[in-house]
Structure formats: C-alpha cells, structure tokens
Ligand binder design. Structure first.
Ligand SMILES: C[S@@+](CC[C@H](N)C(=O)[O-])C[C@H]1O[C@@H](n2cnc3c(N)ncnc32)[C@H](O)[C@@H]1O
Length: 280
C-alpha cells in the first residue's frame, strides 16, 4: 500500500447544501480533486487553493478522459503520496462507475475509501415533492438505468413493469418513448402517472408530469435536457396532495440570485426542499 489515499466522494444530487460533512473534510485536505460533469463547481471551493483540479466529465459524445485514463490518473497521484478526492455526482456507487474505480485502486494496491453521497435517485423525487414509498400506495421501489447498450444487457422492461410499485429510472430521457411503450406492453396501465424531474434539488429544477401514455410526447414538447430522472407509479399523484405549487418567477429569480452570490451551504435550497420549478 502507498501513503496516498483516494477518497471516492459522492457530491450529492446538485444542491451544494446536500453535500456531506465528511466529503467537505476530505476536500479540505485534498492535494488533487478529480471531478465529473454533474458536480456543482462551488464544491471545488472547499479544496485548498493549491490543490490541483482535474475535470474528467463525460457528456454525450464528448469524453474528457476514458475510464481507463481516469483509473490511471487516480493511481498515479495516490502512488506519488497525494490525497486524491474523486468527486462524483450523487452517490459514487449508484450508476457512477465508482465500483470500477474502487476495484482498479484495490488491484493497484492503492489505499482508498468511499464517502457516500445523497443519490439523485431519492433526492430528485423528494425535491419534487414525491415520496418514493408511501403507506398504502407503494411499498417498494426499483432504481434502474434507462439504457442498456455499450456492452450492457438490454433492460428487461417487462420484468420491471410487473416489479416494484415505484420505478426510478436514471439516464432514461433519450429512450423514454420506448421505455413507456414497453412498460405498457409489460402490463402497467397507460394511465399510470409519470413525473420527469430535471436538475432536481437545484434552482434549475423542472418537473413535468403525465402518464405512461403521453409522457414521451410531453417531454419532447418541453425539450427537456439531461440530467433527468423518470419516476413511474401512483406515488406521483401525492405531489398534488402534498400541495407542491408553481413558484413564482420572482421567487425563482431570487433563488438564482442567492445561488449566484456564492453562498455555498443551502444556497440553492428552496423552502421545504423544493427547488424553483416550471410545470406544464
Ligand atoms: C451516471 S448517473 C449518476 C447517478 C449518481 N451517481 C447518483 O447517485 O445520483 C447520471 C443520471 O442520474 C440522474 N441525475 C443525476 N442528478 C440528477 C438531478 N439533479 N436531477 C435529476 N436526475 C439526476 C440522471 O438520470 C442522470 O442521467
């Protein structure tokens, strides 16, 4: 084992106020910070000014670095005795390839740890006012990727249609028409409520609701862009009952101004955890 340490740190779902205290401790002592696309840049301010900041994000079709290159980078810095913070959106082990990075570090004999983060899988629904479980409505939820492809097995939507009460689908926006079609073919009622949460927990949060039958058309009309989480199930109806209302443009502008002013903790948080949002 080397003297260096790699901390795989979950950056949370977007609102910097949802970053963990331990993550902040690790950032404060970092020599190198290696960060992804969905990480709020304000988090980097916690690292010392002298710390190296390396962006390795992956946007559609534009990869700053391959996964192998990222693994090598982490190993190289740790072997040089540095404290490396690998900052990943949400939780590092939820569709974040954190497991692959941890395995590569273990194989290289590099000291490492995982600092869990708040996953968008639960935070984005909560910020939109939708509990993923609710007594008498949903007693189970599944978190599933919206796309197979690139070496992965195709998603068995027929199985998920008959599975958990609530489906939380990450990375599913591009495949939404097919997902909705296959869930209906698998047995979910076309009238099943669906919510799309874009940039959940942030001041840019957008929530769009519909049903399995019409959500793809609604999403296309709204021209939503990633990151978007898809929520399927009766729990979506609770949003109305919980009284989540459209926030005025003025309040949204105020929230943005506060966030822009650089207050880190809670800067982007809106009252009751609901970000500013537009609804159809
Ligand atoms: C590669 S996965 C990483 C998930 C992350 N590790 C987590 O635990 O949240 C990226 C996907 O997560 C979802 N996502 C991440 N942040 C989000 C947010 N703030 N609002 C809605 N969806 C989000 C989107 O589906 C996005 O395509």
């Amino acid at each position: 084992m080397t003297r260096g340490l790699v901390s795989l740190v979950g950056a949370g779902p977007g609102d910097p106020g949802l970053f963990t205290l331990r993550g902040r401790q690790r950032l404060r002592k970092a020599d190198v910070v290696v960060y992804d696309r969905l990480v709020d840049p304000r988090l980097l301010d916690w690292a010392p000014a002298r710390a190296r900041r390396v962006y390795v994000g992956k946007a559609c079709g534009a990869h700053a670095m391959t996964q192998d290159e990222i693994n090598c980078l982490l190993i190289r810095h740790a072997q040089a005795g540095r404290r490396v913070v690998r900052l990943k959106g949400g939780d590092p082990f939820v569709f974040g390839r954190g497991g692959e990075e941890a395995l590569a570090l273990a194989e290289a004999g590099v000291r490492h740890e995982v600092v869990p983060g708040v996953s968008s899988a639960v935070a984005a629904p909560a910020a939109a006012g939708i509990p993923v479980t609710h007594r008498g409505v949903a007693s189970s939820f599944t978190v599933v990727t919206g796309h197979g492809g690139s070496g992965r097995a195709p998603v068995d939507w027929a199985r998920h249609a008959r599975g958990a009460d609530t489906l939380v689908i990450l990375m599913g926006l591009a495949a939404l028409p097919g997902i909705a079609r296959e869930l209906i073919a698998g047995g979910r009622a076309p009238a099943t409520p669906v919510a799309l949460v874009r940039a959940g927990t942030t001041t840019d949060q957008v929530v769009l609701t519909g049903t399995l039958a019409d959500i793809a058309a609604r999403a296309a009309a709204a021209r939503l862009e990633p990151p978007v989480l898809i929520l399927v199930g009766e729990v979506v109806r609770l949003r109305e009952q919980l009284g989540v209302r459209r926030r005025s443009a003025r309040r949204a502008a105020l929230a943005r101004a506060r966030a822009g002013a650089g207050r880190l903790v809670g800067a982007a948080a809106a009252p009751r955890g609901h970000g500013s949002e537009k609804e159809d």
